[in-house]
Design a protein. Structure first.
Length: 267
């Protein structure tokens, strides 16, 4: 990194945060599949399910968030519920959480699943349920996951389910029963780890938003991308490494500025 003056370091740190960008580099195919799925099922009023897998930092949540933002107006006629399963106390907590979002009275025991099923098969707008960190819903006998993935198959169901998880084999391991009903099997979408080239493009695109000369040298970006792609292909990790490098140089520059003699010979 080259020492520079001014607020360029602040800007660089800002653009290197793992926020959802307007365009996701290297995820055009996956974004297209997500758009098509929402188009066919939510807008086309066809219940169904999609299982999205991929290691942390491969862009699953970012891509879906981007598509949901782009489709905000189109989805206005349906009900969208996004739950992060990591924030739930237990796998069964997903049912009262969903009931609350749908404005239903929170029932207990078997009645709460029945009241949700009744609601999701009654007349009304399509319901898009997004479950992030889906692996947290694994339970003894997998009753929670089976219940959720079987809901779109109920007669006159209006549920479209999108589950995101790190595990590639969750459907093979935990939802084997669904494969007995081909119609019940969720559509699968896998996010592979980012390659060195894709990570380099992501970093270049982010830092290209900072005015003036490049804050981070091109060779340094490629070095970072190569190291991260070899270990995990995690874009968040690559952004984090670059942000920390910018912080280190910023502190060095600030230290040098403080040690400069003041004009007029004052100490």
């Amino acid at each position: 990194l080259a020492p520079r003056a001014g607020t360029c370091y602040q800007q660089a740190k800002q653009v290197l945060h793992a926020a959802v960008p307007d365009q996701l580099q290297g995820r055009e195919r996956e974004t297209g599949i997500l758009r098509q799925f929402l188009q066919e099922h939510v807008l086309g009023r066809r219940p169904g399910s999609l299982y999205v897998s991929g290691a942390p930092g491969t862009g699953k949540t970012a891509c879906l968030s981007r598509v949901l933002l782009d489709y905000k107006d189109k989805l206005a006629g349906s009900k969208t519920v996004v739950l992060n399963c990591m924030a739930l106390g237990s796998p069964h907590s997903v049912f009262p959480a969903l009931a609350k979002h749908l404005g239903l009275p929170v029932a207990t025991g078997r009645e709460r699943v029945r009241s949700l099923e009744k609601h999701l098969t009654a007349q009304g707008p399509m319901v898009l349920l997004v479950l992030d960190e889906l692996d947290q819903l694994e339970s003894k006998g997998q009753d929670v996951l089976y219940t959720l993935f079987e809901w779109p198959q109920l007669p006159s169901s209006r549920l479209v389910l999108v589950g995101l998880a790190n595990a590639l084999d969750l459907t093979d391991r935990s939802l084997a029963r669904l494969r007995a009903h081909p119609a019940g099997s969720p559509q699968l979408l896998h996010f592979p780890p980012y390659t060195k080239e894709q990570l380099t493009h992501i970093l270049q695109q982010r830092l290209g938003q900072v005015a003036g000369d490049p804050v981070v040298d091109s060779a340094a970006l490629q070095f970072c991308a190569r190291k991260v792609s070899a270990v995990s292909g995690d874009a968040r990790k690559a952004l984090d490494v670059c942000r920390r490098a910018v912080e280190v140089v910023e502190l060095e520059v600030r230290g040098q500025t403080l040690l400069k003699p003041l004009p007029g010979g004052e100490s």
